[in-house]
Design a protein around this ligand. Structure first.
Ligand code: AMP
Length: 396
């Protein structure tokens, strides 16, 4: 075993991790520490098919990383192969257009972008600080969700609001899920090398959901904005709507702007419409039993996904490929079918048997014979992308 990379995805109350070896191809161990900052937090390790859970004494991020270090002490072969640590960072603003080795300048840059991701970036910084403290001498890399979209043209990334707000405050579309889109673009190019010179649409549909147009290997438009609230309807997020609605909600409910935004971020989307769940699988089960609100929620999700795909496609010269990824994109044949039905006018068609019989966890082509566009399912792997970036940067 050589060149293991610890991948850390630090949230405000959780820390997901994985150790990947053999150029990212083997996941040796993975796990999650959750309920950080509150009583009863613990960290779970999944190793060689076995799960083990260790309670965290003070529930801090440091406590969680200390437990990873302790675990490594009892798995010395993995410990001695550890060469780098890769961190997922949500917001890199206009400062970061690619992954970087972390030094004090990078830490300052991530801090500067924290105003756009006040829950996430400070948590990432905590993870970075603790990792430097507990793994001295091991190089660390930051991989940004926004970086892939730094290739957008101004007519796509600017909001049509006074320019002064962009000049003085950098208010613009940044886009997210960039690590996933970059991975999908590379995976597709492995199967179809010419895709690097073509127009590709990707629908990353998970609990958070967005779409991206990739023109000749570069992001040309995406649906999320300055925050991950813009664009598609999601698990609990509303996606795009008339901003005037915020003041109506405030007045009607007697709440603050932040509370109204919380409704749009946490109580809307699939959950808000179905009044049942934000989880697609739960809603599909309910729909099969005749639950009409679950059906409506799923169909609204599909209609909006299709609308945003058509919208970002305006930045492409041709729509040569459409890729579905993310928990929903990879697994829900129902939503793939409804989304593609909405895209018929663009001559995007899938084969219903290939769609319903697509193997789980593998890439597959579900294109109908008469379709203008190739339609694919490609499982995403953001951890692998982070590990590969880390390997590349520490070898430079
Ligand atoms: P992610 O955020 O990418 O992990 O995706 C989570 C979403 O994928 C949840 O809404 C899950 O219900 C959905 N999902 C996972 N597996 C399935 C499945 N077999 N069928 C439908 N939806 C699924």
């Amino acid at each position: 075993m050589k060149d293991s990379i610890l991948v850390i995805n630090c949230g405000s109350s959780s820390l997901k991790f994985a150790i990947l070896a053999n150029a990212g191809q083997t996941t040796l161990v993975e796990g999650i520490a959750d309920r950080l900052g509150s009583a009863g937090s613990s960290i779970t390790f999944k190793y060689e098919g076995q799960k083990s859970e260790i309670p965290l004494t003070d529930g801090s991020h440091k406590n969680a990383v200390s437990q990873i270090k302790e675990w490594l002490k009892s798995h010395t072969e993995i410990e001695s192969s550890l060469v780098g640590i890769g961190h997922r960072v949500i917001h890199g603003g206009e400062t970061f257009s690619e992954s970087v080795l972390i030094d004090q300048n990078v830490i300052d840059g991530i801090e500067k972008c924290a105003k756009f991701a006040p829950l996430h970036n400070p948590a990432h910084l905590k993870g970075i600080e603790v990792a430097f403290e507990l793994f001295p001498g091991i190089p660390q890399v930051a991989v940004f969700d926004t970086a892939f979209h730094q290739t957008l043209e101004p007519e796509q990334y600017l909001y049509p609001i006074p320019m002064k707000l962009y000049r003085e405050h950098h208010f613009r579309k940044y886009g997210f899920h960039g690590t996933s889109y970059r991975y999908i673009s590379q995976q597709l190019a492995k199967t179809v090398p010419s895709s690097d010179e073509q127009g590709v649409l990707v629908a990353h549909l998970g609990n958070g959901a967005s779409v991206c147009a990739i023109n000749k290997g570069k992001s040309s438009d995406t649906s999320m904005g300055i925050t991950p609230l813009e664009g598609l309807m999601m698990g609990t997020r509303s996606g795009s709507l008339d901003p005037g609605l915020i003041s109506f909600i405030r007045q009607a409910e007697g709440i603050s702007a932040q509370e109204a935004l919380d409704i749009l971020n946490k109580e809307s989307g699939l959950l808000g419409i179905s009044e049942l769940s934000n989880d697609c699988r739960t809603l599909e089960e309910a729909m099969e039993k005749g639950d009409e609100k679950a059906l409506l929620a799923l169909n609204m999700f599909a209609a909006r996904a299709a609308k945003h795909l058509a919208s970002v496609a305006t930045t492409l010269e041709s729509i040569d490929h459409l890729v579905f990824t993310g928990g929903i994109g990879e697994n829900s044949s129902y939503l793939r079918q409804v989304i593609c039905q909405h895209l018929k006018a663009l001559n995007i068609n899938i084969d219903s048997t290939l769609n319903t019989e697509a193997p789980r966890g593998e890439s597959s082509n579900i294109t109908a014979v008469h379709s203008n566009t190739n339609v694919w399912i490609i499982p995403t792997n953001e951890e692998l992308m982070i590990a590969l970036d880390t390997i590349n940067l520490i070898q430079d």
